[in-house]
Design a binder for this molecule. Sequence first.
Ligand SMILES: [Zn+2]
Length: 287
Amino acid sequence: MKFFTCFFVLLITFPFLSFSQRNIDAIVDTVETPEGPAILYKNFTWEYLQDEPVMLSQEDDSTGLFTVQWVNDQIFAYRLKPDSIRDTVINLNNNGRIFTLPVYGKLFRGFMYTHKGLDIKLDKGDTIKAAFDGVVRYARYNRGGFGNLIILRHYNGLETYYAHLSKMLIKVNQVVKSGDPIALGGSTGRSRGPHLHFEVRYKDIPLDPLRMIDYDNQKLISNVLPVTKKVFYPNDYDVNAVIVKIKKGDTIGKLAKKYHTSVKEICAMNKIKPNTTLRIGRSIRVR
Ligand SMILES: [Zn+2]
């Protein structure tokens, strides 16, 4: 039985291997054919996207990572209280599995209270690649503003979100390798121009992707990512909260400047108005 499983895994991963070795930036489009979706390359070659999507069975998934809390029609799968999440260290590079920056472009919006991911500028049609090895949990149009949205769940326990896509190249429950093309970038949903909205979440809870990614070098900062109680901000699951004590002379404007954020952002995080008087000694969230 074990041998058969291994053989089967080899068999099904082989097409992905050859697929990822292509010049993946040279994809022009995908088209539906009677034989299934096909990918067109710039050099006028083409190939079928793949055979039937790989389905994971209970037997393949001893840890339950891809069967427990596995929902294909909701963007959040866990819906846990932050208190119930135990401290952990995520091994990002487990078993040597690599990381790929989904797309490289001008980073024009970072992780904030009102924005749970990174916005990366791109041209419509640019290839979006899978960050880590994993399985597609969600791949459909989302009315909440994400537009065409893909969510991958990874062997390291993280989920990555890819939004505003013009085209999705993969299907739900499909196995992907880090670096595999999963979509073409676009501007679907609530978006003012072509860009990738990229999120990293642990059990639904958003993390600042720049905690683990050395963006300009397009690699991981470290192979491990500690996720502890300290980084889970109880009010809103935010792992990146910076809370300071208000001192004499502080104004929302001054704090915004000091912490490289905006008055609007601080007001939203603390549910206060720009004209709210700050009380010395109280705590305020600035990031
Ligand atoms: Zn965004």
